[in-house]
Design a protein around this ligand. Structure first.
Ligand code: DAH
Length: 344
């Protein structure tokens, strides 16, 4: 075969193959086969040297012309294929902007958290600062500094979950009261704080008992604080929570860290104190314990109990939330069923 014949053969087979190329990837293969440095045309050009001096110029020109032509055809094909590929992309990635969006699930604060926020707001207006404390406590804060010595039977009242008793006594706090001592140790009077938070007890669960629950502790210490101040604050709390007609009731009770100690209740807002299912036909809703801070507690944190007096109280947050939202069973609060939680 003459040089020209070989050139013609390459050109026509290259053109036939180029027509069959279907995508950019195929086009790359084609380029390598015909125009690339190891391609057929390049191989043929290398044979120019074996021609005679007379044949060489014409053959060179012919070969170059073929190269220019094939390159132009190649470019044209590439433009067409690239456009087709872009079109296909657009079709495949098409977004239907008329499709309605998927609804976002919007969370709400847990009813217990809502209750705590509401209580915080009420107490803030009476000058109480909200503070938080550790849920894992030492026996010293949970008991000793609250006038509950190690061997005192009163310690049994709090069914304690113990974390460590070998070295130091470490417990899950059984109430929020340990923060009384922590706060007083770190500040001088006047003190006015509330402490919302979790407490833990080793307890059988039922509709009104959980092993984990929330309390809200209150503490006020100053030079002239009396039981009247305690009554006024709790009275105001009851009215803010349940309306201006509410009255509160104090009855004697015993807590080692107060003297005198009381339990306090509010007359039932649902039946106006007449008796109904919510108040178990007593007309009163129990809210918590309270009293005048025991002198031993004040002395324990280095306060002069001749100069300072104070009141403290502790109330159950779940109980308030259950009354406020009409929840009959404490356990549903912590089952985390979204159908329940979404109602608040
Ligand atoms: N800590 C007590 C409890 O969990 C509740 C309590 C009673 C707190 C009297 C007080 C108080 O601050 O004065 O049973």
């Amino acid at each position: 075969m003459t040089f020209q014949d070989q050139l013609n053969a390459i050109k026509s087979s290259a053109e036939v193959e180029l027509n069959k190329v279907a995508d950019l990837q195929g086009l790359e293969t084609w380029e390598r086969q015909y125009l690339g440095s190891k391609g057929e045309l390049t191989a043929l050009l290398k044979q120019l040297g074996s021609l005679t001096a007379e044949e060489r110029p014409a053959a060179g020109r012919a070969a170059n012309a073929v190269k220019v032509e094939l390159t132009a055809e190649f470019e044209e094909r590439r433009t067409t294929l690239a456009a087709a590929a872009a079109d296909q992309h657009l079709v495949e990635d098409a977004v239907d902007v008329t499709l309605p969006g998927r609804p976002q699930i919007e969370g709400v604060a847990h009813p217990v958290s809502q209750m705590i926020r509401e209580l915080s707001d009420i107490f803030a207006l009476m000058g109480f600062q909200t503070v938080f404390g550790p849920e894992v406590e030492t026996g010293r804060y949970n008991f000793d500094l609250l006038n509950i010595p190690s061997d005192h039977p009163a310690r049994d009242v709090w069914d304690t979950m113990i974390i460590d008793s070998d070295h130091e006594e470490i417990v899950l706090r059984t109430h929020t009261s340990p923060m009384q001592a922590r706060v007083m140790e770190q500040t001088n009077p006047p003190v006015r704080v509330i402490v919302p938070g979790r407490a833990y007890r080793y307890e059988a669960q039922d509709a009104s008992h959980e092993w984990m629950f929330h309390q809200l502790e209150g503490l006020a210490v100053d030079e002239t604080i009396t039981l009247t101040d305690l009554k006024g604050v709790l009275q105001e709390l009851a009215r803010q929570l349940f309306g201006p007609r509410r009255r509160i009731r104090f009855r004697c009770d015993y807590f080692p860290f107060v003297e005198p100690g009381v339990d306090f209740a509010v007359d039932c807002a649902i039946c106006d104190g007449k008796g109904c299912r919510v108040c178990k036909y007593s007309g009163w809703l129990e809210m918590g314990g309270a009293g005048m801070v025991h002198p031993s507690v004040l002395e324990g944190v280095g306060y002069d109990s001749e100069r300072y007096t104070g009141f403290a109280f502790g109330l159950g947050v779940e109980r308030l939330a259950m009354i406020r939202y009409g929840i009959p069973d404490i356990r549903v609060l912590f089952e985390n069923d979204p159908r329940f939680l979404a109602q608040f």
